[in-house]
Design a protein around this ligand. Structure first.
Ligand code: SAH
Length: 235
């Protein structure tokens, strides 16, 4: 089935169900991809696995898909979050897309002392993550957490989840693959790095493990990609 269109929908999926596409999906199917009635489309919704469906109605801003047969059962995804200092728009977009391809279950945008942005376009991040999930054959779209300040993130940190904090120039131990898919998160700072105060706050927390990503100073977006790949190298 490779090459066929794959769409994330919010409707329940089961044999015989009819799913209404969003106007954006209808535009994509009909106008962009030039699909006609009868065209196969794969659907997933994050809960019911992946299904083979077929286009039964295609108009400019309306499409209906008839769900036919199951293709893949829903399976657990890696329990890995990416917490990242918000970057300029293009870099944030890149991080959302690549982190989704790399399997994260949650994107957690963070404001740090040296973060320039005070807001993040959550709708845009969700749209990018959804497209990346469709393209990378995931069965879920990562959750996008509300924007929060680093001290709040640390105060409300969930028990049992290790936070690997990427810290350059500090002689931290190299990041190694996590063991047995245990609950974890990667934290990457802004272009200006973490402040001394933030570094102290991170080091004071028992769930934080400072890690190095090698001898070179990476752009924040590179650090996110490399860190997520390294953490999962043993999965
Ligand atoms: N301006 C800072 C660099 C910040 S790089 C300086 O000159 O020191 C942006 C973020 O990427 C950092 O906050 C860190 O989380 C991560 N990062 C970049 N290179 C890294 C490395 N070699 N090891 C660990 N983390 C790194």
């Amino acid at each position: 089935m490779s090459g066929s269109i794959r769409l994330f929908v919010s409707a329940p999926l089961a044999e015989g169900v009819e799913v209404q596409a969003t106007p954006g999906q209808a535009h994509y199917l009909g106008t962009v991809m030039r699909r006609a009635t009868g065209a196969p489309v794969r659907l997933f919704n994050g809960a019911d696995g992946e299904w083979q469906a077929r286009l039964t109605v295609i108009k400019r801003d309306r499409a209906v898909l008839a769900v036919e047969t199951p293709l893949r059962a829903q399976a657990a995804e890696p329990d890995l979050w990416l917490a990242f200092a918000v970057l300029k728009r293009d870099a944030t977009d890149l991080v959302a897309q690549k982190a989704t391809e790399l399997g994260v279950s949650a994107l957690v945008p963070v404001i740090t002392e040296r973060t320039n942005a005070e807001r993040v376009n959550a709708t845009r991040i969700i749209a990018i993550a959804t497209e990346a999930a469709e393209q990378s054959e995931r069965l879920t779209v990562p959750r996008v957490a509300p924007l929060q300040r680093l001290p709040d993130l640390l105060v409300h940190w969930p028990a049992g989840r290790t936070l690997f904090a990427a810290i350059e120039r500090a002689g931290a131990a190299p990041l190694r693959p996590r063991q047995g898919g245990s609950a974890a998160a990667l934290l990457v700072g802004p272009e200006g790095g973490f402040s001394e105060r933030e570094l102290d706050a991170l080091r004071a927390r028992p769930f934080v493990v400072p890690v190095s990503l090698g001898p070179r100073i990476l752009r924040a977006e590179t650090a996110s990609i490399v860190g997520l790949a390294l953490l999962q190298a043993g999965d």
